[in-house]
Design a protein around this ligand. Structure first.
Ligand code: S3P
Length: 434
């Protein structure tokens, strides 16, 4: 499925169960591998990224069963992981392949920094172009030896006995925070991370589920190294970033009405909901019982008249993965100005220039800035072609823009959606009305 044709839709309607969250699935799998006993993870995320984490953990000696077919119903996606205990992973026979997944590479580097063997983590062409100085610095300060080519993968890690540090990441990054905390589990003394801007807090919520005690206050997380992890039975909430796609489609098209069930409602992930409301969407939230300290619930989203949105540096970490779909929303008649989002240039693609190029290819009016962009939805898209540029979030954003166009559009390399949301195009077709 290298290219996909997306047809204009008049509206979207339906009720969907959102597949398991990618960020949380990575974390539960990693912690399960470090735990004593057998962990069961249900609703494991279906994308290739989370499969990469499992295959790396298997290569490090964890015994893993499941999770079955990527296109199975979320309820059928169950993984069991027999943990090896803290510091108990085995030297891999070969390089570890993180595929397209920055989270796999960066979090696993934190874990392997505390294991007394050499390992190499690499990935696909996109991942091999992404900056790793941000993890090399703190993990080296803790005592590990890490090397990359110009600070990019492959990353060679010589793990050792680590010591705790107090670290304030210079960039707002949940991956960096998590790498340091996971290394801290293996370190002597306390490891402390202070965030200048809050990022997704799934690691902090997941660690206590596996029996680790930590403290959190005013943006500072502190944990003592050497704690035992216990296996757990956990359920992964639906992926808020995947839910954001359908929320955007419903907000964009008059007459739309979509309900999304079992969506993760972690406050560090749902910044897009208040932005959609600000842009004019009508949203109802019904909260359910939390799973594994993660809030979940259902969302009902309906269209409302679209207005212009501004997203500044303070909002960016809370919607970092949703900026492409919010840009798509603006092409439907709103407008969006984003500043303070230079981090977008270091994602699976240079998400500022590839987003601008793709939306322009569909007939959009987009201006690119060094640390942001502006979309003016002052004319209906004509339709055209857009290249996903190896980036799953762009493939989905272009499709969500294209449903508002006058003519069908072609998204090139659209199969990259499998990284986080296999079946995305089938669902889009299912809920779209001509
Ligand atoms: C993620 C953190 C974010 C996000 C990525 C997933 C995570 O990356 O963009 O998709 O699971 O920790 P950064 O830490 O680079 O901001």
């Amino acid at each position: 499925m290298p290219s996909v044709v997306v047809h204009p839709a008049s509206r979207v309607r339906g009720r969907l169960t959102i597949p398991g969250d990618k960020s949380i699935s990575h974390r539960y799998a990693l912690l399960a591998a470090l735990a004593e006993g057998t962990t069961t993870i249900s609703r494991y995320a279906p994308g290739a990224d989370c499969a990469s984490t499992l295959s790396c953990l298997a290569a490090l000696g964890a015994t893993i069963d499941g999770p079955g077919a990527a296109n199975a119903h979320p309820d059928q996606r169950v993984v069991t992981i027999q943990g090896r205990g803290l510091g108990g992973l085995r030297a891999p026979a070969d390089s570890l392949d993180a595929g397209n997944s920055g989270t796999t590479l960066r979090l696993l580097a934190g874990v392997l920094a505390g294991h007394p063997f050499e390992s190499v983590i690499t990935g696909d062409a996109s991942l091999r172009g992404r900056p790793m100085r941000r993890i090399i610095d703190p993990l080296s300060r803790m005592g590990a030896h890490l090397r990359g080519h110009a600070d990019r993968p492959p990353i060679a890690i010589r793990g050792t006995a680590l010591h705790g540090i107090h670290y304030t990441p210079p960039v707002a990054s949940a991956q960096v925070k998590s790498a340091v905390l996971l290394a801290g589990l293996h370190a002597s003394g306390d490891t402390v991370v202070t965030e200048r801007q809050a990022t997704r807090d799934h690691t902090e919520r997941a660690l206590p589920v596996f029996g680790v005690s930590l403290t959190r206050a005013n943006g500072t997380i502190s944990l003592r190294g050497g704690q035992r992890l216990d296996a757990a039975e956990v359920q992964v909430p639906g992926d808020a970033s995947s839910a954001a796609c359908w929320a955007v489609a419903a907000a964009a098209l008059p007459g739309s009405d979509v309900t999304l069930d079992d969506v993760g409602l972690n406050p560090t992930r749902i910044g897009f909901l208040s932005l959609l409301e600000r842009a004019g969407a009508r949203i109802e939230i019904s909260t359910g019982d939390p799973v594994g300290d993660e809030p979940i619930g259902s969302l009902r989203i309906r269209h409302g008249h679209l207005t212009a949105l501004e997203i500044g540096p303070a909002d960016v970490p809370g919607v970092i993965d949703e900026l492409p779909v919010l840009a798509a929303l603006a092409t439907h008649g709103g407008a969006l100005r984003v500043t303070g989002a230079g981090e977008l240039r270091h994602k699976e693609s240079d998400r500022i220039s590839a987003l601008a190029a793709g939306l322009r290819g569909l007939g959009g009016h987009v201006e690119e800035q060094v640390d942001g962009f502006q979309v003016l939805g002052d004319r209906r898209l004509t339709g055209g072609t857009a290249d996903a540029a190896g980036d799953h979030r762009l493939a989905m954003a272009f499709a969500l823009a294209a449903i508002g166009a006058q003519e069908p559009s072609e998204i090139h390399h659209a199969d990259i959606v499998d990284v986080s949301y296999p079946g995305f195009f089938d669902i889009l077709a299912e809920i779209s009305e001509p």
